[in-house]
Design a protein around this ligand. Structure first.
Ligand code: XMP
Length: 315
């Protein structure tokens, strides 16, 4: 594929297709960002790019996203919705129910924005593996994925999918041509940290997970840049478990929860193997997490399960 030709053709196509206002949901990931930039090049500020801050984002994610959207010159809006999400999810523990509740709330918020803006078109960053019948349908049977499906009909929006025929590596090439950065970031689930906090979703527990996850990312990336770790895992993150164990904090008894370190190698997320992380790196992670979160986390463990039989995320 010639990316220059693809970009030119898509911009022309979007120009003739979208004669009014359009809206897109930005996740901060590459697909939605590339779709937004292409559409922006075609119709400018008649496109509104909406980023919903669910309260389940990684540490620094909102700032990073805002910076890159500004740099790309997008007409974007960040909708701060953490309160709404926490209210909705307060007592939800079942993984599927959690995903459904997050998806529903997300659509509700997005719908509100679409109405306010008067959008007639919905742009989505769907790529070929998202719709082609493949192992993905198996994935969807195992976990319901978070997207804005069902929206176009409800809102009477016309659906536009400029990346529909592309595979991930092609999207990366187009992104490079469009100067969209963050090319080698690891995948992040739509429901965010909510599916990495097992048990009750309180603000404090999400905060603990956010800190732990940032430490895992920092230490693994540092080990990689220093050559201690040969290759970066496909994904590396933490999971917070509602399992308490006894520890000592100073010389006082503590009774905190458990953080799991998960790092896997994979090509397409359909199967995965746990990564071989040097013990010295695991030790740095464990020490930093317990130093930082000592009264709340008294135990750090490493997940040695492949996919299958496990999945990559815990929920
Ligand atoms: P699992 O946990 O099923 O995940 O092995 C496979 C890949 O998908 C990511 N994942 C999601 N991505 N929305 C997404 O966009 C979701 O709801 C979702 N759940 C899991 C996961 O991080 C892994 O890369």
């Amino acid at each position: 594929m010639n990316t220059g030709d693809f970009i030119e053709k898509q911009i022309q196509k979007l120009k003739s297709e979208i004669t009014g206002k359009a809206i897109i949901a930005l996740s901060g990931g590459i697909d939605s960002t590339v779709a937004a930039v292409l559409t922006d090049r075609a119709i400018g500020d008649r496109l509104l790019a909406v980023y919903v801050d669910t309260g389940f984002m990684r540490k620094g994610e909102n700032e990073r996203a805002a910076r890159s959207f500004s740099e790309l010159g997008l007409n974007y809006r960040i909708v701060e919705s953490a309160d709404e999400f926490f209210r909705e999810l307060e007592n939800v523990e079942d993984p599927e129910e959690k995903r459904r509740a997050i998806g529903k709330k997300f659509i509700e918020i997005f719908e509100r924005e679409a109405r306010k803006f008067g959008a007639g078109w919905l742009v989505q960053g769907t790529i070929a593996p998202d719709w082609i019948e493949s192992g993905d349908s198996l994935r969807d049977r195992i976990k319901s994925h978070h997207n804005v499906g069902g929206l176009p009909e409800r809102l009477n929006l016309r659906l536009v999918e400029p990346l529909r025929d592309l595979y991930k590596d092609e999207v990366r090439a187009v992104a490079q041509d469009l100067s969209v950065g963050f090319l080698d970031r690891q995948p992040f689930p739509g429901p965010g940290l909510a599916v990495r906090v097992i048990g009750p979703l309180t603000r404090r527990r999400v905060e603990v997970e956010r800190e732990a996850c940032a430490i895992v990312e920092e230490e693994i990336e540092r080990a990689h840049s220093e050559g201690v770790l040969k290759e970066l895992p496909w994904q590396y993150f933490s999971v917070l478990l509602p399992v308490r164990s006894v520890g000592v904090q100073g010389d006082v008894r503590a009774y905190g929860e458990t953080v799991v370190v998960r790092a896997v190698k994979s090509k397409d997320a359909m199967t995965a193997r746990f990564s071989d992380i040097p013990h010295s790196v695991l030790e740095n992670i464990s020490t930093r997490i317990t130093n930082r979160l000592g009264s709340e986390v008294t135990r750090v463990v490493f997940d040695i399960t492949n996919k299958p039989p496990a999945t990559i995320e815990w929920e």
